[in-house]
Ligand binder design. Structure first.
Ligand SMILES: [Zn+2]
Length: 267
């Protein structure tokens, strides 16, 4: 069986000691694609290098994380575990993504994040930045992987008023009404392993058709088991869970998700 992880952070420091083993375990588990997502200039360069180093299974998407793009640093790079860029110049980074468009399968992660006070106060700036990213996707004809923490309604509204329809909603926490709206727009939901302990993602799976579903890990985060580092091999568990909820065999489910992957990312 073949599995895909459409959103992970293999450039996270937690993977420094054993990255090759992590990627090997994914290969052994049947994972044929892992999309590493950048969030800022520093990490965008790292994920490009990772994709170049493991061309058989690793792909990358170049991102503009909403908080990083505001030049706000909520956590130290050590706490965060990802490389930080102290002076994020949006114009320069959009140009960098455009120049590298043939080396990437998507743009992202990008979107809106209203979880923390200061970024929330600057919601208008976040929206302006997000629109710039959406416009870039339209121009370079790439799908977008969206991060929409507590800003799901605004994210969908901005996407709806664009022409972009190749969209994956990563770890989507919007309510039923918003789930339905995203389905109507033809967007995909990538389901993380936390589905094993969060009812919300069962709701997403039940509401969406199998043709709207993808799997991700957001590794090292969003693990199915509290306190355990997440890794791409775990997508196999999510596929089992989706199969159970949808009443398909695991193989049928894996095949559908692989097909969805190919359709959205053209890879
Ligand atoms: Zn992520």
């Amino acid at each position: 069986m073949k599995f895909v992880d459409v959103h992970c952070h293999l450039n996270h420091k937690q993977f420094d000691p054993d990255l090759d083993a992590v990627i090997d375990r994914a290969r052994q588990a049947g994972v044929v694609r892992m999309i590493c997502a950048g969030v800022n200039p520093a990490t965008n360069r790292e994920v490009l290098a990772l994709a170049k180093k493991h061309p058989d299974v690793v792909r990358c998407s170049l991102g503009v994380y909403p908080i990083d793009a505001l030049n706000i640093q909520l956590f130290s790079p050590d706490e965060m575990g990802l490389s930080h860029t102290s002076n994020f110049v949006l114009d320069d980074e959009l140009e960098f993504i455009r120049k590298n468009k043939d080396l990437i399968v998507a743009v992202g992660e990008a979107g809106l994040d209203y979880k923390w006070d200061e970024p929330k106060k600057r919601a208008d700036e976040q929206k302006k930045n997000f629109v710039r990213v959406i416009e870039l996707c339209e121009k370079i004809k790439k799908p977008l992987v969206v991060h929409s923490r507590r800003g799901e309604a605004d994210c969908l509204a901005l996407l709806e008023s664009s022409t972009l329809r190749r969209v994956d909603l990563h770890c989507f926490e919007g309510n039923k009404k918003l789930i339905k709206k995203a389905i109507d727009l033809g967007f995909y939901f990538s389901i993380p392993p936390v589905i094993q302990r969060l009812q919300h993602f069962e709701t997403v799976v039940k509401e969406a058709s199998i043709s709207n579903l993808l799997t991700e890990t957001d590794a090292p985060w969003l693990s199915g088991v509290v306190g355990v580092r997440n890794e791409p091999a775990n997508v196999a568990n999510t596929v089992k869970k989706i199969a159970e909820l949808k009443g398909f065999t695991v193989e049928e489910t894996a095949n559908s998700i692989l097909l969805n992957y190919k359709k959205l990312f053209d890879d």
